[in-house]
Design a binder for this molecule. Structure first.
Ligand code: ADP
Ligand code: MG
Length: 359
């Protein structure tokens, strides 16, 4: 019932403007797949192409191996959930969920059984006779989700469905959506600009910029091994340093611009001696060490379990748009909290450093 989605060499243009130059990806059957990227990068455009609301200017989109470029939206059997709940205000919860089955002329007895089942899955049984105005935002979004999946769609498409909810509810609803998706096992494409949400909810994430997928992988992969400087700073925080590679026995010395050097034996084979690189270190991947890099604390932000410090570095050492670097101290492992103005020595965890070529 659920299908894989095969996007091949897809092009999207509005007039003379190319929004998506050439995009290919395969979304596996039953997978929770997220399109993540900054506002305007083309996430909604791609989702609407899969749904059939946008024309396709090149390439193909297939459900399993059936190309659907010319299949009208209403024949693609898709469930959709949007940022605005798009539920009918004058119908009760139950009537809202029934609606799609009624227009598909599903027999009464089957309709009742399917609606009962879905109301239970999305946990809104007890509100079934209420009008939407008497529901919270989270409950309304559950109704929208129920309405999308009760028709047994081949794929479920969601475009920033949690953006209208407050922070606490958003976190609660992440788990609710993921639980429902896993329970019914439906192929899902989920759009968000919120990297934390994407990490929390997805099987795989496609990180997009300017209509191009920069990296696809599991949340853990993308966080630990970002493919380039954009991904490393868009997903979580990263400090980016200027540096140079110097070939050494069995690997390379990664030399920061202030002369500080670390030996690494796992740098890709295409690396060249003397190559200028960008060195990426996450704020939590430093430790305090006598052999570390000297830096002065400009600013301290106490966050409970973590304390974040913003530190001054040698001029020319960090990338130009970063006035300071960030170090995140885990209080569970710290002897004490440092003060603003103090100097500390930070050693990057060499197993967690990422090296990018300059572009
Ligand atoms: P996202 O969902 O990632 O924020 P969109 O897919 O909505 O981005 O938009 C991608 C780009 O396409 C933006 O530059 C936007 O201005 C442009 N765009 C979207 N819809 C249209 C349209 N109907 N006509 C012209 N340009 C559009
Ligand atoms: Mg959008």
């Amino acid at each position: 019932m659920s299908v894989s989605i095969n996007v091949k060499d897809v092009v999207k243009k509005y007039g003379d403007v190319t929004i998506i130059p050439d995009l290919s990806t395969t979304i596996k059957n039953g997978e929770f797949f997220t399109l993540l990227g900054p506002s305007g990068c083309g996430k909604t455009t791609l989702l609407r192409m899969i749904a059939g609301f946008n024309s396709i200017e090149g390439g193909t989109i297939a459900f399993d191996d059936k190309v659907i470029n010319d299949t009208p939206a209403q024949n693609r059997n898709i469930g959709m959930v949007f940022q605005s709940y798009a539920i009918f205000p004058h119908l009760t919860v139950r009537q809202n969920v029934e609606y799609g089955l009624k227009i598909r002329k599903v027999p009464k007895a089957e309709m009742k059984q399917r609606v009962d089942e879905i109301l239970k899955i999305v946990k809104i049984e007890e509100y079934q006779d209420r009008l939407p105005e008497r529901l919270s935002g989270g409950q309304q979004q559950r109704v929208a989700l129920a309405r999308a999946i009760v028709i047994h769609p081949q794929v479920l498409l969601m475009d920033e469905p949690l953006s209208n909810l407050d922070a606490k509810l958003r976190i609660e609803m992440r788990s609710a959506i993921r639980d429902v998706q896993k329970q019914i096992g439906i192929t899902t494409v989920y759009v968000t600009h919120d990297q934390e949400e994407a990490l929390a909810i997805s099987d795989r994430i496609a990180v997009m910029k300017d209509g191009i997928i920069r990296q696809i992988g599991s949340p853990q992969d993308i966080y630990a091994r970002p493919y380039d400087a954009f991904v490393s700073t868009f997903i979580g925080h990263s400090n980016l340093f200027h540096g140079t590679l110097k070939r050494a026995d069995g690997g390379y010395n990664v030399v920061f611009n202030n002369g500080f050097s670390i030996f690494m034996d796992n740098i890709s084979s295409e690396a060249k001696d003397g190559e200028e690189v960008v060195i990426s270190v996450r704020p939590e991947e430093f430790s305090i060490s006598e052999t570390g890099i000297d830096c002065k604390i400009l600013n301290r932000v106490f966050l409970g379990k973590y304390t974040n410090y913003f530190l001054e570095f040698a001029p020319g050492m960090v990338l130009d748009d970063q006035p300071s670097i960030e170090y995140s101290q885990d209080l569970g492992q710290a002897d004490r909290i440092f003060d603003e103005g103090e100097s500390i020595k930070l050693l990057p965890n060499k197993k967690k450093i990422n090296i990018f070529t300059k572009d």
